[in-house]
Design a protein around this ligand. Structure first.
Ligand code: F6R
Ligand code: MG
Ligand code: MG
Length: 362
């Protein structure tokens, strides 16, 4: 299963993917389905990010699948975004020529190779106006926190715990850590979500792959601000893995994430249905959608738009309360990100102008 996404242009600023971009991408993937390259697909949007969910038998990092996604983004840009002068046309396509894999070229990728179980429930997440580290807190809760996931205590198949692959996106290294034994070590890393990002999760007892997230940090590729990375995540559910409800439970708390307005502010992550996967207030607040599918021989049965439920109204209200509170800080930290993160924004250019006005303290 491959979920590959990019922001290739948006309707009115950085708000939503134009419906014509979605139509165009569906058509491209429909052709690929007819030729047998992919088994099935679902195209959707999270804010201004175009999301291509695909199933196939080619495994992870497959050049043909990655090329299909890349070509879809490139053509959607040239045939839809540019003629309509959509905002930020081709924004996330950072390289010119395709070289076999979209990783490192701008688009975000979450991929997982597995054998379909007798029943295979999957939850796919996509967020806008945030960064891949935004999944750290919910992933930890889902796979390591018994106060979130009852199955960790009750279900013998989950009782052995899970292992987490954590990536250091600055040093480009990964480490595998076990829960619950290395609970505190995991938290020591993932509490810095701008640098340490959970990339994959496996069930420890049999190494069954349970979750895969995108880890692209566009600014680290480009060396400058080019929009936030607006991550995606795939989680397998049930029957010895967290239940769909345990997975969703982790999003009932609208935790603070980086990436709001100009990629430079923190705000609460608000779970929304697809119809509200659009960014408005202060280009946000950061939003996440969750789609449930049942796989059958690679066919994506669904989606079930999981946050389209009053059970998440309280979370949304809380998110708005927090949004209002933190917004009152205006340009002040901790609403605005700290200097380390602001390095990749346009702020250094402003600060540079003041450089020779500084005098030694006498
Ligand atoms: C955040 C985002 C937007 C833009 C903002 C300014 O990820 O995409 O908040 O940063 O709208 O955009 P420009 O500089 O394109 O006018
Ligand atoms: Mg955009
Ligand atoms: Mg976006």
């Amino acid at each position: 299963m491959s979920l590959i996404k990019a922001d290739v242009g948006s309707l009115a600023g950085h708000s939503i993917v134009h419906p014509k971009l979605i139509e165009f991408s569906k058509e491209k993937l429909r052709e690929a389905k007819e030729t047998g390259l992919i088994i099935d697909f679902f195209v959707f949007n999270a804010g201004d990010d175009l999301e291509l969910l695909m199933t196939h038998t080619k495994g992870e990092d497959n050049p043909e699948i990655h090329k299909l996604a890349w070509d879809t983004f490139v053509e959607a840009t040239s045939k839809v975004s540019r003629p309509l002068k959509l905002y930020g046309a081709g924004q996330d396509l950072l390289k010119e020529a395709f070289s076999g894999n979209v990783r490192g070229m701008g688009p975000g990728v979450a991929e997982m190779e597995f054998e379909e179980r007798p029943s295979e429930p999957i939850v796919v997440f996509a967020a806008d106006k945030t960064e891949p580290g935004a999944w750290n807190l919910p992933l930890f809760r889902i796979f390591a926190d018994p106060f979130n996931t009852a199955g960790l205590v009750i279900d013998p198949k989950m009782h052995g715990g899970f292992k987490f692959e954590v990536m250091d996106v600055i040093e480009n290294k990964t480490v595998i850590l076990n829960a619950p034994e290395e609970f505190y070590d995991i938290l020591a890393l993932i509490g810095t979500p701008s640098r340490y990002i959970i990339r994959r999760v496996w069930r420890k007892s049999d190494n069954l792959i349970a979750a895969a997230a995108s880890v692209t940090r566009l600014s680290l590729i480009a060396g400058k601000y080019v929009g936030k990375d607006d991550p995606v995540l795939i989680i397998r559910a049930q029957h010895g893995l967290p239940a769909v409800g345990e997975i969703l439970e982790a999003f009932a708390f609208p935790h603070m994430v980086a990436g709001w307005m100009r990629g430079s502010h923190v705000g609460p992550l608000m779970p929304v249905p697809l119809k509200y996967a659009k960014c408005t207030r202060f280009d946000g607040p950061p939003r996440v959608v969750a789609l449930g599918f049942q796989l059958h021989d690679g066919i994506l049965e669904g989606p079930n738009d999981l946050f389209d439920d009053p059970a998440f109204d309280y979370t949304r209200n809380t998110a708005q309360f927090i949004a209002e509170y933190i917004r009152r800080h205006g340009p002040f930290m901790p609403h605005r990100l700290g200097p380390e993160e602001m390095e990749y924004t346009t702020l250094p250019a402003v600060l540079k102008k003041l450089e020779d006005r500084f005098r030694e303290v006498t």
